[in-house]
Design a protein around this ligand. Structure first.
Ligand code: GDP
Ligand code: IMO
Ligand code: MG
Length: 419
């Protein structure tokens, strides 16, 4: 039995959803602890694609509890849509989904403020998902946010939302020269949805503690290490701690309850949104990799920037998250390449130009043959095995799973990490 922390090692979209889906077959619980519906986790099962934004990726398994911890920010509208999508697919939700009453709620004014701020930043914008994530965490830290628990006391909620939205509307009108949003309409809409979903809302911390003592639990990170508010490429980051500390604060469990940290690393690196990206390929090859890898944002539909695997960042992620093993994803995307580079080091990032000095690569021969769907390590072409071994050597960390396609069954399991 083991509790596994699963984290993206770069800027998100490493294939976390797929790996959680694979592992959840053996888990009794899957827990989200930070972020919100800025995340987009893609699961492909028997040719059917499901993209989850808020609900943990274990939800497709009948025997796995899906728990949303206190560190997550919730859009009630997004939750409603996602639940409907799952119900339409015949997925059972009741008795499987639990949401912390301490989660902060995203209001329409948070979304408007996020988008207005981005507009006002012009070329210096972060490239956020525009989902209101940053402003909601701002209000949480400023101790004026609205939590799901507030919805259980309607008259108190009205006062609180009015006070907060008056402040937001003041900013929207006077600072951003934009439109105000109706408090009454917001209350009406949110209360309607709340009444539909309140059966899922409770104090989840004891439940997480309980299930994690008895059986396998997966703690599903969203975003990636380099989007961490403290340790990422600030200010081009998201507004939560995406790394190990976020798991502790976002669930209330102790660090000693986590047995294994699994880093999810894509065989190359991508980034969506703005900010520095030292190994970015701004040439045709970058576009080719994006095409082969289907690198289009699962949340916003934006094209993802692509580049060589950045092992300097991988090593930092391993330290920060105390990573024990790596799941290497999207190996098959590199199948066509003659030569493949791996970045091992560079100097400090210049945040004005996003440039780095002295970038060092090593170059390996490609394998030029399909690895799609290979399930056994020994069946991989020799050069693919060399690529994997090189990453292990550079990072001093074992690669314990290899993903060779988007589907649940396109996976090589080298070690059973629950044991
Ligand atoms: P996440 O945010 O980390 O869960 O990743 P996303 O779902 O946003 O993006 C990963 C994309 O790659 C999705 O479209 C997945 O279906 C796809 N994917 C995951 N693993 C593999 C793989 O091994 N090979 C290929 N070709 N696609 C993969
Ligand atoms: P998953 O979980 C990739 C990026 C945005 C932007 C920055 C801040 O699917 O890996 P935000 O809306 O969070 O304030 O945007 O963070 N970003 C992601 N990039 N994958 C994600 O999630 C992301 N969630 C946020 O593009 O650069
Ligand atoms: Mg994603």
């Amino acid at each position: 039995m083991a509790n596994i922390f699963l984290v993206g090692t770069h800027w998100g979209d490493e294939g976390k959803g797929k790996i959680v889906d694979v592992l959840s077959q053996e888990a009794s619980g899957c827990v989200r602890f930070q972020g919100g519906h800025n995340a987009g986790h893609t699961l492909v099962i028997d040719g059917v694609t499901t993209i989850l934004h808020l609900i943990p990726s274990g939800i497709l398994r009948d025997k796995c509890l899906s728990i949303i911890g206190n560190g997550v920010v919730i859009s009630l509208e997004a939750l409603q849509h996602e639940l409907q999508d799952l119900i339409d697919k015949g997925i059972t939700i009741d008795e499987k989904l639990y949401i912390s009453e301490s989660c902060h709620v995203i209001l329409p004014t948070h979304i408007a403020l996020d988008q207005e701020k981005e507009k006002s930043l012009g070329k210096k914008s972060i490239g956020t998902t525009g989902r209101g994530i940053g402003p909601t965490y701002e209000d949480k830290i400023a101790r004026r946010g609205i939590r799901l628990s507030d919805f259980f006391d309607e008259s108190n909620l009205k006062d609180k939302i009015k006070k907060l939205m008056d402040y937001h509307n003041f900013l929207l009108k006077n600072y951003y020269n934009s439109n105000e949003i109706s408090v009454d309409d917001t209350l009406y809409n949110l209360l309607n949805i709340f009444n539909e979903v309140k059966k899922y809302i409770c104090d989840v911390t004891p439940m997480i503690l309980d299930v994690s003592k008895q059986s396998n639990v997966i703690f599903e990170g969203a975003q990636g290490t380099m989007l961490d508010i403290d340790h990422g490429t600030y200010p081009y980051v998201t507004s939560s701690n995406t790394t190990f500390s976020g798991l502790i604060s976002g669930t209330g469990i102790g660090a000693d309850k986590v047995d294994y940290s699994l880093g999810i690393t894509k065989a190359y690196t991508t980034r969506v949104g703005h900010g520095p990206f030292p190994t970015e390929l701004t040439n045709q090859l970058g576009l080719d990799i994006a095409k082969w890898g289907g690198e289009v944002g699962a949340t916003t539909g934006r094209s993802r920037r692509c580049g060589w695997l950045d092992c300097k960042i991988l090593k930092q992620s391993i330290e920060l998250n105390r990573i024990n093993g790596i799941a290497l994803t999207k190996l098959d995307v590199l199948d066509n390449l003659e030569k493949i580079k791996i970045c091992i080091d560079y100097g400090p990032i210049d945040y004005k130009t996003f440039q780095v000095e002295d970038i060092e690569y090593i170059e390996l021969d490609g394998w030029k043959t399909s690895t799609v769907g290979i399930n056994n390590f020994d069946n991989l072409p020799e050069n693919a095995r060399k690529y994997i071994k090189t990453i292990e050597d550079i990072s001093s960390t074992p690669i314990v799973m290899i993903s060779t396609g988007p589907s649940r069954d396109q996976i090589i399991k080298i070690r059973d990490i629950f044991k």
